[in-house]
Design a protein around this ligand. Structure first.
Ligand SMILES: Cc1cc2nc3c(=O)[nH]c(=O)nc-3n(C[C@H](O)[C@H](O)[C@H](O)COP(=O)(O)OP(=O)(O)OC[C@H]3O[C@@H](n4cnc5c(N)ncnc54)[C@H](O)[C@@H]3O)c2cc1C
Length: 291
């Protein structure tokens, strides 16, 4: 197996164009498991760790954050936890400290597992994925269009993920994950919520309860129409939101849980996260629980 180590982003794109079968590797926390267990033996590994720009994040002119694909979870939590609380909350549930020190959102996107923990908050927060190829340049892909199937994404063979873009939270955000224990656990299912009070809109993301991570679109539309932002949270609105979120899932039975349980749990997490977020908003402490 060849091991390619480009020092610049341009060289990485050229290497990927010349050898589309080369598998990018950032933290290696997914890739090395696949190689060790012989699940996947790429022709070559394209190590992106020397491309320094992938490990940087910036605030862009339009106010959005542009976070390099190689920023590890630990730094995301420490440096961006105040601005991206939902994603940071999800990052805190990934693996163990060792995995969070190496693992990245870029790698989570590259793997595109329906159970990846960063996907629901990326969906709820309207993230956009910046990908690039030497031949066609940059493409900006909304998270809602990125996930195409089980471990399949919109990324083309000659493209690399460069960064993701996301606005700093404009209201409370939460992530909730059901697992069979408290740490080092792949989600049985998960749910993320982001309140956008300025737009009177709520974003959602469902994890590990469908072939791809996905938004609960009907549930979002229901809240946009029915949620009274100046009143207490109506129990009937909360109940219906949970029901619609549950209906948005299309889970399967597998070793981690049954379809029936997952559908039920998504409804519970949807109601719970909306209640937490709503209480934060009403009490003037956005993201209080996300700390
Ligand atoms: C013990 C353990 C526990 C784990 N727990 C969790 C968990 O709780 N939640 C969770 O979501 N995940 C978990 N994971 C999986 C993994 O840690 C995450 O998916 C992590 O985000 C992968 O990031 P990475 O940088 O290590 O990716 P890598 O392993 O380097 O790459 C992963 C995939 O993305 C591709 N890739 C990487 N960078 C790019 C790029 N710039 N452009 C295009 N493709 C790219 C690779 O080719 C590969 O297919 C766990 C893994 C282990 C080993």
């Amino acid at each position: 197996m060849e091991f390619l180590r480009p020092a610049t982003w341009a060289a990485a794109l050229e290497a990927k164009a010349a050898m589309p079968g080369a598998a990018p590797i950032q933290g290696g926390t997914d890739m090395m498991v696949e190689i060790n267990f012989d699940v996947h033996r790429p022709d070559a590994l394209l190590d992106l760790n020397r491309v320094a720009e992938l490990t940087r994040w910036t605030t862009e002119e339009d106010g959005r954050l542009r976070v390099g694909a190689g920023v590890p979870y630990t730094r995301l939590i420490d440096e961006l936890g105040d601005r991206l609380p939902g994603l940071a909350q999800a990052a805190r549930t990934v693996g163990s400290p060792q995995i969070r020190n190496r693992g990245t959102v870029g790698g989570n996107l590259g793997a595109a597992s329906p159970a990846g923990d960063s996907h629901p908050p990326l969906l709820a927060g309207d993230a956009v994925i910046e990908v690039e190829s030497a031949a066609r340049g940059v493409r900006m892909i909304p998270a809602a269009e990125f996930y195409l199937g089980v471990k399949r994404s919109a990324l083309l063979p000659d493209e690399l993920i460069r960064a993701f873009w996301m606005s700093p939270a404009s209201g409370p955000q939460y992530f909730s994950k059901v697992g069979t224990r408290n740490a080092m656990v792949i989600a049985v299912c998960s749910f993320a919520i982001a309140l956008h009070p300025g737009e009177r809109r709520v974003g959602t993301g469902i994890g590990s309860a469908a072939p791809t991570p996905r938004r609960a679109v009907a549930a979002e539309e229901f809240l946009a129409a029915e949620l009274d932002w100046d009143a207490r949270l109506d129990p009937e609105v909360l109940r219906r939101f949970g029901e619609l979120a549950s209906e948005a899932a299309s889970p399967i039975d597998d070793v981690r849980g049954t379809a029936g349980y997952r559908g039920h749990a998504i409804g519970v997490m949807a109601r719970r996260t909306l209640t937490w977020a709503w209480n934060d908003l009403r009490s003037g402490h956005p993201g209080r629980r996300a700390g």
